[in-house]
Design a protein around this ligand. Structure first.
Ligand SMILES: [Zn+2]
Ligand SMILES: [Zn+2]
Length: 308
C-alpha cells in the first residue's frame, strides 16, 4: 500500500476506507503546533504533510525533555521525507511532486515540566533561540487539570518565560487547561510579547477567547473543532476574526474526525481547516489563505508577502 495515502477505519470490524483530501484549491496550510519528536516516524509524517498541502510545520521542542534531538535530527527527517515523496508521489501523477514542508521550531518548557525550570533550562532556551530555525517560544502556560508541577511554580515559570520571549523577540504558544482566568491575569501583568502570542488548541466557547484577542493573541484550532459534540468550539471558530485565526494539530494528540482514535499527524491540519471553513461558511481556500498568511507573519517567514 502507498504510505502516502489517507485511510481510516470504520465500524466494529475496523474496515479500512480511503479518506479523500478536502480541496484547498492549491492554497498551502501551516500546522502551527506539532510535536514531531513524539511521532513514530517524523519523516513519513512530513512527507504525508506535503501531500496534504502543508508548506510549514511548527514543532515544539521542550528543554526539560530532549529539545536537542529535534535540532539534531530535523534535517534527516526532511531528507528522508523527500525520498519518500520522490518514490511514492506518482500517486498524484497529475500534480508536481509536493515539497517537504519547512519546519520551524518553538522552544520552551511545558507547564507540566515547570518544576524542572532552572538556570540551565533557561540557558538552553537562550542558546536554541540563536538557531535560525527557532521561530517561537512554547509551549508555555498553566495546566491545572493534571497539576504535574505545583501551581505556584507553573505561574512563576509562565511569567518568566513570557518575559524571556519578549527579550528574545519571539512569539509565544500558550497552553491553558482549566486555567484560562489565571493565564489571562499573568498575560495582563507581564504583557503579551510584541512578537505575538497564540492560544493553542482552543476548545472553549467564544467568550473565553475574547479577552485574549483583546490583548493581541491569535486563536488556534486543532482536532477538537471536528469532534461531534463540540458545537461551541465550531461557534468559536466561526467568530474569530480571520486575521487572528490559526490551525494546528497538536499531533500526536487530538486526531480529528474522521481519524479519531488513531495517532494524529501534521497532515490532519487540512481536515481541521476544512471544519473551520465549514463552520464559517467559507471556502476552505479562504481559510487556508487567511491562516497561512497570519502564521507566516507571526513566525517571521519572508513568504508572508507572497500568500495573497
Ligand atoms: Zn498544549
Ligand atoms: Zn502541544
Amino acid at each position: 500500500m502507498n504510505p502516502l495515502t489517507f485511510t481510516t477505519t470504520r465500524g466494529k470490524a475496523k474496515r479500512v476506507v480511503d479518506v479523500p483530501l478536502p480541496d484547498a484549491d492549491g492554497m498551502p496550510l501551516v500546522d502551527t503546533h506539532a510535536h514531531l519528536d513524539l511521532l513514530d516516524n517524523p519523516a513519513l509524517a512530513l512527507a504525508r504533510a506535503a501531500v496534504a498541502g502543508l508548506s510549514h510545520v511548527m514543532t515544539i521542542a521542550d528543554v526539560a525533555e530532549d529539545a536537542a534531538r529535534t535540532y539534531n535530527d530535523l534535517a534527516d527527517w526532511q531528507a528522508s521525507a523527500q525520498l519518500l515523496l520522490d518514490e511514492h508521489a506518482p500517486l498524484h501523477a497529475s500534480r508536481p511532486t509536493p515539497r517537504v514542508p519547512e519546519v520551524g521550531i518553538i522552544v520552551g518548557i511545558h507547564p507540566h515540566n515547570a518544576r524542572h525550570f532552572n538556570a540551565d533550562t533557561e540557558a538552553a532556551i537562550r542558546a536554541f533561540a540563536h538557531d535560525p530555525r527557532t521561530r517561537g517560544m512554547g509551549e508555555l502556560g498553566l495546566d491545572f487539570h493534571y497539576d504535574h508541577s505545583p501551581r505556584a511554580c507553573q505561574r512563576e515559570v509562565f511569567a518568566r518565560s513570557i518575559a524571556l520571549a519578549t527579550e528574545l523577540n519571539l512569539p509565544i504558544t500558550i497552553h491553558l487547561r482549566e486555567a484560562h482566568d489565571e493565564g489571562l491575569d499573568i498575560l495582563r501583568e507581564v504583557g503579551v510579547p510584541p512578537a505575538g502570542a497564540i492560544l493553542h488548541c482552543f476548545n472553549r466557547e467564544y467568550q473565553v477567547a475574547e479577552p485574549f484577542m483583546a490583548l493581541g493573541c491569535h486563536v488556534s484550532f486543532a482536532g477538537p473543532v471536528t469532534f461531534k459534540r463540540a458545537d461551541e468550539v465550531r461557534d468559536s471558530a466561526a467568530r474569530v476574526p480571520a486575521d487572528r485565526l490559526l490551525v494546528e494539530t497538536d499531533c500526536p494528540f487530538m486526531a480529528p474526525e474522521p481519524f479519531r482514535g488513531h495517532p494524529c499527524e501534521p497532515a490532519y491540519t487540512l481536515w481541521n481547516a476544512a471544519t473551520v471553513a465549514a463552520a464559517r461558511r467559507e471556502p476552505l481556500a479562504h481559510v487556508a489563505r487567511a491562516t497561512t498568511t497570519a502564521a507566516l507573519k507571526l513566525f517571521g517567514y519572508a513568504e508572508a508577502a507572497t500568500v495573497a
